[in-house]
Design a protein around this ligand. Sequence first.
Ligand SMILES: Nc1ncnc2c1ncn2[C@@H]1O[C@H](COP(=O)(O)OP(=O)(O)OP(=O)(O)O)[C@@H](O)[C@H]1O
Ligand SMILES: Nc1nc2c(ncn2[C@@H]2O[C@H](COP(=O)(O)O)[C@@H](O)[C@H]2O)c(=O)[nH]1
Length: 395
Amino acid sequence: MGCNRTFVIGAMGNGSDSSIGVRIFEKSTSEWVIPTVFGMRPMLSKGHSAIVLDEDRILVIKGNSTSDDCFWFLEVNTAFVREQRARLGSEVVAWSKGVVGEAQIPVVISGPSGVGKGTLIAKLMEDFPTMFGFSVSHTTRASRSNEQNGVHYHFTERDAMKKDIQDGKFLEFAAVHGNLYGTSVESVEVVTDQGKRCILDIDVQGARLVRASSLEAIFIFICPPSFEELEKRLRARGTETEEQIQKRLRNAKAEIDQGTSPGLFDHTLINDDLETCYENLKKLLGLSDGSAKATNISGEFIIPSTTRCLCNLLLVILNSEARFSAPETVHVPLEHTVSKINQKILINCITSHQEKPGSSMFVLDLSSIKGGAPGRTRRGLNFYAAGTNGFKAAS
Ligand SMILES: Nc1ncnc2c1ncn2[C@@H]1O[C@H](COP(=O)(O)OP(=O)(O)OP(=O)(O)O)[C@@H](O)[C@H]1O
Ligand SMILES: Nc1nc2c(ncn2[C@@H]2O[C@H](COP(=O)(O)O)[C@@H](O)[C@H]2O)c(=O)[nH]1
């Protein structure tokens, strides 16, 4: 970031925009620049604090908000931002939301048309609705009678999709069976922002592009037990014309070849018997023994009894082996102070209750962040309570 630019983050006086705006003051030219903003933007709050992290991003903490909407990162000089700046030839910033909890990396599921990807994903979503979220792709193909826009796909016109691709809104896209399909950055963000594990149902070309991107994911290829069975399923589904079925079967051969070659996929599952394949999929995702992990961490809350003042408490937080709780949802008041020590952000929330003034200390551990640009991996943040401290009345 250097000292040449000042970032101003807040309401921009445009009554119609309820999100937090960004302006850059270029000191060398004494000019204000309005950057292109990538990513979903945080909604305005009554106030916020900001702290610069590693010269490439700014952590914005929204006051008077809960921990599920409190932490936002404004990327100002990450690899993603530099890439987009070079591409557009103008200033770029990118928002990404900090999600508290043990966010798990997205799951990419590929396989030839008709193999049963959608069926397996639907079962997973039905059994674990709070854990998984589906990345809704864009496509130029016509919708089927049972499909809803915005639920199964974002059905779109080819020109509109091409423009969005040019504008950098897609994580990956490919021409599949004669139509365009793609995963927008936003479709992944919508899921990860809910603290859910994102599932992508995309073809092998798309999987290859995601593999090459900075989105860290687990890649699973679903294979049919035989080509004849694949054809049978595709016909039985009854959603394609004969011509389309022939095209999909031709493409299936290449997809199976590529999908089963070493290097691209982490795992291959044969979808012969549906229930067996589903059990194997759950096993891969660590869900088979009933130990489905919740997205939030829970633990013991230990306040060291020796801590008497805030300074002591701070030192204990940073040095002790004590385990702290990860509150499900915490309200961060307007009045709070923020400081940074190494990868830990200390948030001191001040309660100005007349009879019981005091403070609560929370720690946001940034060491778990990976990547961060929109749609790229944003592992869950570790956010835990470190204690409360009543202010003693002056005697
Ligand atoms: N193990 C299985 N045994 C028999 N039929 C199956 C099995 N798995 C899925 N099916 C059926 O096969 C058909 C195709 O499944 P599905 O639509 O889930 O495939 P898909 O891989 O998502 O296809 P596409 O890529 O075209 O969206 C469906 O009618 C589904 O009910
Ligand atoms: N590369 C991408 N492929 C995608 C995406 N969404 C779906 N798909 C794949 O397309 C075929 C056909 O799907 P259908 O719904 O028309 O039967 C299938 O293999 C899907 O996996 C995407 O966003 N990107």
